[in-house]
Design a protein around this ligand. Structure first.
Ligand SMILES: Cc1cc2nc3c(=O)[nH]c(=O)nc-3n(C[C@H](O)[C@H](O)[C@H](O)COP(=O)(O)O)c2cc1C
Length: 190
């Protein structure tokens, strides 16, 4: 196979399509789509997200010091794309436009998106300035999951959550077929 060098890029496959929700006032919240995010640690559970400084939601994120990260299922693909394409300056009530319900969190002021099967309440522990954006390192304070998305082990299951996936060529996907069990199929080579 001949390889072509592309230089430094962000072409990492796949990425999550997450919905960051932040309180913007009494009974109101901003929502933006974030794909540049990943779990960063387990004890305590941490996540890192890259968020642009010019977004409508960003000053509220700074003010609150916390936000929820909502994992949309493939059913919320159109709404997720809307929240990532339209600014809160144009539509300060994106949840309503998308037909979604906001519900209170238990640890922070920003609400959860009920229709998303998996939700994390997050508190910012560190901010790293990165030009016109910043990397937010957040601690996950609480996890909410639809009961119907739980697997037999009591944890969220991939098939139950049916997460929306973003790929850097600019498309959304659902999960593909299951290939094998982790920490298991590699044993074939041991
Ligand atoms: C698929 C997708 C992924 C995105 N990922 C990010 C991201 O990782 N970080 C970011 O700051 N903006 C990201 N955006 C852009 C914001 O979601 C978008 O600018 C949004 O309208 C900002 O909303 P606000 O101005 O209401 O805060 C993404 C947009 C889409 C469609």
């Amino acid at each position: 196979m001949t390889k072509r060098q592309l230089g430094p890029t962000t072409q990492l496959y796949p990425m999550p399509a997450l919905l960051v929700t932040v309180r913007t006032g009494e009974g109101s919240a901003g929502i933006l789509t974030v794909a540049w995010a990943a779990i960063m640690g387990g004890q305590p559970p941490m996540m890192a997200l890259e968020i642009g400084g010019s977004h409508y939601s960003t000053p509220y994120i700074e003010q609150e010091g916390s936000f929820t990260v909502n994992v949309p299922s493939t059913k919320q693909a159109v709404g997720a794309d809307y929240c990532g394409s339209v600014s809160g300056t144009q539509d300060p009530a994106k949840a309503e436009t998308c037909g979604w319900t906001l519900a209170p969190s238990t640890q922070i002021a920003s609400p959860l998106i009920v229709e998303c099967p998996l939700n994390f309440e997050c508190r910012i522990v560190q901010k790293i300035e990165a030009g016109r954006a910043a990397f937010y390192l957040v601690e996950i304070l609480e996890t909410h999951v639809d009961e119907g998305a739980l697997g037999d082990d009591g944890k969220p299951s991939a098939q139950g959550v049916d997460p929306l996936i973003f790929t850097p060529d600019g498309y959304y996907y659902g999960l593909g077929e299951r290939l094998g069990k982790a920490w298991s199929i590699g044993k074939a080579l041991q």
